[in-house]
Design a protein around this ligand. Sequence first.
Ligand SMILES: *[C@@H]1O[C@H](CO)[C@@H](O)[C@H](O)[C@H]1NC(C)=O
Ligand SMILES: *[C@@H]1O[C@H](CO)[C@@H](O)[C@H](O)[C@H]1NC(C)=O
Length: 172
Amino acid sequence: MAPAVLLLAVVAAPPVDGAAAGEKEETHIRVYWHDVVSGPDPTAVQVARAAATNASKTFFGAVVVIDDPLTEGPGLGSSRLLGRAQGAYVGAGKGALALLMAMNFVFQAGTYNGSSVTIMGRNEVFTAVREMPIVGGTGVFRMARGYAQARTHTLDLKTGDATVEYNLYIRH
Ligand SMILES: *[C@@H]1O[C@H](CO)[C@@H](O)[C@H](O)[C@H]1NC(C)=O
Ligand SMILES: *[C@@H]1O[C@H](CO)[C@@H](O)[C@H](O)[C@H]1NC(C)=O
């Protein structure tokens, strides 16, 4: 009798993973994203640029490939490295500096080591808070969705180097 009841319970149990289980967790992660364009070891390199147009001032038609460090705190040299932002951004605004960001945040330390999330969205750089969709993930973030909010922490207008605070709100 007991085994049959047990078996029934097992069969009737709701799935614990997969789509039917729904999204269980919302995780908030804050990282600092460092776009180093100057110096001998840049982490962001421009690989294409459109011929000069009236929209050149807004970076329209430029493509930059990035492998930017992500750190726990704002200091690039002093703060723990959590991972990398790998991908590209494209100047996609003619009238204003508005980038298309397409990047994977790859975690290489801490709780999420080995997992990643993919961010793809619009980044109007001179706006205080830029919101971008999180469109997927791997590892613990498999099937993720959510959003990222980016706030410029420092921007060196001479060199172009920037540190941006990213807050990620991820359902997975
Ligand atoms: C674009 O630049 C050209 C050449 O400088 C100029 O004649 C034209 O008026 C500009 N167009 C706009 C929309 O600013
Ligand atoms: C992250 O995970 C990799 C692969 O398991 C491991 O080799 C590495 O030491 C880990 N890094 C940290 C900082 O824990």
